[in-house]
Write a protein that binds this ligand. Structure first.
Ligand SMILES: [Zn+2]
Length: 68
């Protein structure tokens, strides 16, 4: 299962983006909140929402979980 993290910094629209390991758009390590291993990005986004209510999948590494 891949590791996921959520960006501690919100995007301009207020979303905290959820990324999986190896994404080209990972935030700087200091801005990554580790979410652990998840089978699906849906599960990772749910975990992120426990921390940041407005969380959204990254359009590049987790397009199935990205809503615009
Ligand atoms: Zn990503």
């Amino acid at each position: 299962m891949p590791n996921y993290c959520v960006n501690k910094n919100a995007q301009a629209n207020g979303d905290h983006e959820v990324h999986r390991d190896g994404c080209s758009y990972l935030p700087a390590p200091a801005n990554q909140h580790y979410l652990g291993n998840h089978l699906t990005c849906q599960s990772a986004v749910l975990a992120a929402k426990q921390v940041y209510r407005q969380s959204n999948g990254c359009a590049y590494c987790s397009p199935a979980c990205h809503t615009s």
